[in-house]
Design a protein around this ligand. Structure first.
Ligand SMILES: Nc1nc2c(c(=O)[nH]1)N[C@H]1C(S)=C(S)[C@@H](COP(=O)(O)OP(=O)(O)OC[C@H]3O[C@@H](n4cnc5c(=O)[nH]c(N)nc54)[C@H](O)[C@@H]3O)O[C@H]1N2
Ligand SMILES: Nc1nc2c(c(=O)[nH]1)N[C@H]1C(S)=C(S)[C@@H](COP(=O)(O)OP(=O)(O)OC[C@H]3O[C@@H](n4cnc5c(=O)[nH]c(N)nc54)[C@H](O)[C@@H]3O)O[C@H]1N2
Ligand code: SF4
Ligand SMILES: [Mo]
Length: 753
């Protein structure tokens, strides 16, 4: 029997499932987790859970999860006090900061930041206090092309999500939610939601070079060639324009550029693109007529469409198809989530804004343009290696493992090894943090509060869900928000240790709260317009991230406006709803109010997109590489950092090279034999797995493995038989608009090893 049951949202992936956590008391007064199950009462996940969800207990108890700061001495790490760690950081940074150019410090933010409340609020202040232009994040090995295409069209990062629960027809490209549980589409129990589409007579089509777990369950699988998506989508538009079925409906009057479509899409006939897609013209024509003929339909693209050479163009084309089929912003189509804690599309004047500008800055070495204040990670190594004013000499990593997750790991590792100083906020000594001089470990997920500030923006329903920490901090641990505030204070020139440092951290927290509240009071269209900031801060009656969340939610679209709508949402209300607050299905007809473009319309074209369309036109008849590498995810792993959980890694080796039997026979590879895979940048030797699930001419290796490098202290993960596929991915193979890496479609050679 449990002594206590706690409820908490799972922070491990974008699905955000509700967990029911049973705890028992121990004689020393502390508590132990007995069992973790899906929370049947969760308003969004209704009991669904994947094999990773219950491993929050294992993460919490993992002996390799650091519980004290670690400092490198004589080549090894030793545990120290927090004050000592922060003093070491201040001393290590001193020569770099006094030299003047703040660009000498780079910062990399990894994926877990998007799943953690405190960093979502405090990282911005940290970046500001470092004062560098060298800001990098996992976004540019991931979804940046989709954010940019959305911002170009709608004026802010408003990413349409497929209305899974009401659609009649779902076309998914480069997404495998049966393994990933969904991405840029927050939908706990994605598999169940897909099954219901079929149960109600709808159809699911999956476009993927591999017959993925999702393709297996779909009604139709289209085995496209890697990088073929932009050509395929362009051909769909071509067919719809030619047969007159393209009909944006009510959005016609809210869109600029529709008249240019016929001319620009004329080159992309189903016949002309076949060489690039490997898809028969007849299949394209049927797909086009099914999309326009279905009562409602949604097109959804993910990693296979963003992490490829036409990332932004493919992402844009997904929504062009949603638009011309009349399915954008309407029920059952591709819709916009209304996020309780607010988002750019719910702030400022409805229907108009400054829009999106590409490349406010250019990088020092290669002149690569920034997006949303960041440079693509593809330029991080060259910024570290290349001497000159502004060369990166120190790095701060927060919840990221670029040495494993970023392209050309060989080069990335040697770049990180060249730094004068490095600080990592991270629980593990892994491929990246082994290069650090100081590691500052956050507590485990069970010791943190949670609210999916980032991911509920992409919900297939409007949901708000707050969880308090399940377990307290142990002696000697520090809250992740505090860690970030203390680090921020050091860059701001404040004290690194003692009560003065704590006061400085509290001061920065207060500034953060004032800034968030101030932005709302200065917004003429907000419910707290003109109110007094200090009064609002006082009214929250809370501290830290909870105070910030209270402000965000109360000034958000469902908020109580600090009194203006007594029935509205606040932290008090969220705390009264431990299973989450369901704010209903997605609202249709958000356009035009949602738009933040200068014209007040959906802007279909700009110079960058036109030049990519031209490149698409110019390359339509080109040959593709004879063998191309793509990635793969498995439900039991999570990027590079959960292979230390034994219950997840047991069983057969999942880090294999999947190869079609025809290719394997030609090359002379039997099942299980070692294959040598070579790309422009590196090579790996990996066990081969013959399977007809993959298209001939394509091989697949999952990422996040190969964690046995010297210095890595992950007892379970280091024993796993695997290789790092990012030794093969090429930092110069990228989407030209965003610089986002093309992790898929990497030309490789495969031979027996
Ligand atoms: N279990 C688990 N869940 C996760 C993660 C994890 O590592 N493990 N990671 C999380 C993260 S950070 C993210 S971003 C999401 C990603 O979520 P998804 O995008 O759904 O994840 P993937 O499984 O990588 O699916 C990408 C699919 O694209 C296919 N593909 C590759 N190249 C192409 C191409 O050129 N065209 C097309 N059409 N398809 C292509 C691949 O074969 C693969 O099936 O998953 C999240 N969830
Ligand atoms: N070949 C290939 N490479 C890929 C991908 C692919 O599909 N194929 N997918 C890409 C994608 S979509 C992504 S998002 C990136 C991810 O890239 P990264 O975010 O750089 O890497 P992760 O593997 O997610 O590593 C997360 C790090 O955060 C730490 N961590 C875990 N929990 C916490 C926490 O609560 N707080 C802090 N501070 N740290 C924590 C872990 O120890 C680990 O070091 O990988 C990319 N790499
Ligand atoms: S699908 Fe699994 S990892 Fe993702 S939130 Fe749900 S339980 Fe957690
Ligand atoms: Mo990701």
């Amino acid at each position: 029997m449990a002594d206590r049951v706690a409820f908490r949202t799972c922070p491990l992936c974008e699905a955000g499932c509700g967990l029911e956590i049973e705890l028992t008391g121990k004689p020393d007064g502390t508590e132990e987790v007995k069992r973790i199950r899906g929370d049947q009462a969760d308003v969004f996940s209704a009991g669904f859970i994947c094999p990773k969800g219950s491993t929050l207990k294992h993460l919490h108890e993992d002996p390799d999860w650091l519980r004290q700061p670690h400092v490198k001495r004589d080549g090894g790490f030793v545990a120290v006090s927090w004050d000592e760690a922060f003093e070491t950081i201040a001393a290590g940074l001193e020569p770099i900061l006094t030299a003047g150019n703040r660009d000498a410090v780079g910062i990399y933010l990894g994926n877990p930041n998007a799943h953690n409340l405190a960093p979502m609020f405090y990282n911005r202040g940290l970046i500001k206090s470092i004062g560098t232009q060298n800001v990098f994040s996992a976004s540019t090995v991931d979804q940046r092309p989709k954010e940019v295409s959305s911002a170009m069209m709608f004026g802010s990062v408003a990413v349409p999500v497929p209305d899974l629960d009401r659609t009649d027809y779902l076309l998914m490209l480069g997404a495998n939610p049966l393994a990933s549980n969904g991405s840029l589409c927050t939908a706990p129990d994605f598999p169940g939601r897909l099954a219901k589409i079929q149960d109600r007579g709808g159809k699911i089509v999956v476009v993927d070079p591999r017959r993925s777990e999702t393709a297996e369950r779909a009604d139709q699988h289209i085995a496209i060639k890697p990088n073929g998506d932009a050509y395929l989508l362009a051909a769909l538009v071509n067919v719809m324009l030619n047969d007159g079925s393209a009909e944006p409906g009510r959005l016609t009057k809210h869109t600029t550029g529709l008249d240019r479509l016929p001319h620009l899409f004329a080159p992309f006939t189903p016949e002309s693109v076949e060489g690039r897609t490997g898809v028969a013209p007849e299949v394209v024509r049927v797909l086009a007529s099914e999309l326009t003929g279905a009562p409602t339909a949604a097109v959804y693209g993910r990693i296979g469409t963003t992490c490829q050479e036409f990332g932004t163009l493919s992402s844009w084309l997904v929504d062009v198809v949603n638009l011309v089929t009349g399915n954008l912003d309407s029920v059952g189509g591709a819709m916009f989530t209304t996020h309780a804690s607010g988002q750019p599309s719910t702030k400022g004047e409805p229907g108009r804004g400054r829009g999106f500008r590409l490349g406010a800055r250019t990088s020092r070495v290669s002149g690569t343009q920034s997006t949303f204040g960041e440079f693509p990670v593809t330029v991080m190594p060259e910024e570290i290696e290349t001497a000159g004013d502004g060369q990166i000499r120190a790095m701060v990593t927060v919840g990221g493992n670029p040495a494993s997750s970023n392209p050309n790991s060989g080069r990335m590792n040697s770049a990180l090894a060249q730094l004068d100083f490095m600080v990592s906020v991270d629980p593990y000594i892994n491929e990246t943090t082994r290069h650090a001089d100081v590691i500052l470990p956050p507590p485990s997920p069970l010791q943190k509060s949670h609210y999916d500030l980032a991911l509920l923006q992409f919900g297939v329903r409007n949901i708000a869900n707050y969880s308090p920490p399940v377990l307290p901090l142990d002696d000697g641990q520090m809250d992740e928000g505090q860690i970030l505030l203390r680090l921020t204070a050091i860059f701001a020139g404040e004290a690194a240790s003692g009560p003065e440092a704590e006061r400085a951290a509290a001061g920065i927290d207060h500034l953060t709260a004032s800034a968030i509240a101030g932005a709302a009071t200065r917004d003429d269209y907000s419910t707290v317009s003109g109110r007094d900031v200090d009064e609002l801060l006082e009214m929250t009656g809370r501290a830290g991230p909870e105070r910030l969340l209270d402000i965000a939610v109360r000034t958000g679209p469902f908020g109580d406006g600090f009194g203006s709508d007594p029935d509205g949402v606040s932290m008090d209300v969220l705390q009264e709803h431990p299973h989450g607050l369901d704010l209903g299905p997605l609202h249709e007809h958000r356009i035009p109010d949602l738009l933040r473009t200068p014209s007040g319309t959906i802007e279909l074209f700009n110079e960058a997109l036109l030049s990519e369309l031209e490149r698409l036109t110019d390359t339509v008849a080109d040959d593709v590489a004879p063998m191309m590498l793509i990635g793969r995810r498995h439900v039991r792993s999570n990027n590079s950092w959960m292979h230390n959980v034994k219950v997840l890694t047991k069983g057969r080796n999942r880090c294999t090279l999947q190869i079609h039997p025809d290719d394997a026979d030609r090359i002379g590879l039997v099942d299980g034999a070692p294959a040598r895979v070579t790309s422009r940048v590196g090579e790996v030797v990996v066990d081969c797995e013959r399977t007809d699930a993959i298209r001939p001419g394509v091989v697949s290796i999952p990422h996040g493995f190969g964690q046995n490098d010297a210095g890595v202290q992950l007892r379970v993960a280091s024993e796993y038989r695997g290789v790092n596929t990012n030794l093969l991915t090429d930092e110069y193979l990228r989407d030209p608009i965003t610089g986002n890496i093309a992790l898929n479609g990497v030309p490789v050679e495969v031979v027996p090893a």
